[in-house]
Design a protein. Structure first.
Length: 124
């Protein structure tokens, strides 16, 4: 039986972590300290894996289901959602490292010791 928002809000804390299952691999992990995390359980290349989809209430039940559906489409297309997320994150970090400001500051650091102080401040 699928989860409802009311059932999630009324879920009581227990001494051990527990899972409230929705459907198609989506579940809510409830921590004894009160944290609630959305997880998507799937199999890829014969191995069981989990994908974190955010925390409740920041990510609503509806949003978690949409994210689950996107991840299921990736699995069906032969793409591991975890690896895809990591690749996107590393490409964002790589683009930050190659930004104009980073390269300009490296250039400035390399040549600034040969310039006068006033020229260096005008350049920067």
């Amino acid at each position: 039986m699928p989860l409802t928002d009311t059932a999630i809000r009324k879920a009581k804390l227990e001494s051990k972590a527990r899972k409230l299952y929705d459907e198609r691999g989506l579940f809510l992990l409830i921590n004894p300290k009160g944290g609630k995390w959305w997880r998507f359980k799937y199999r890829f290349d014969g191995k069981e894996k989990q994908l974190s989809l955010g925390t409740y209430p920041d990510v609503s039940l509806k949003d978690a289901r949409e994210k689950r559906d996107e991840a299921r489409k990736q699995v069906a297309a032969g793409i591991d959602p975890n690896q895809n997320r990591q690749a996107e994150k590393s490409s964002r970090e790589g683009s930050k490292a190659n930004s104009f400001e980073v390269i300009a500051r490296e250039w400035y650091a390399k040549f600034s010791n040969t310039w006068s102080e006033s020229h260096g401040t005008r350049i920067i």
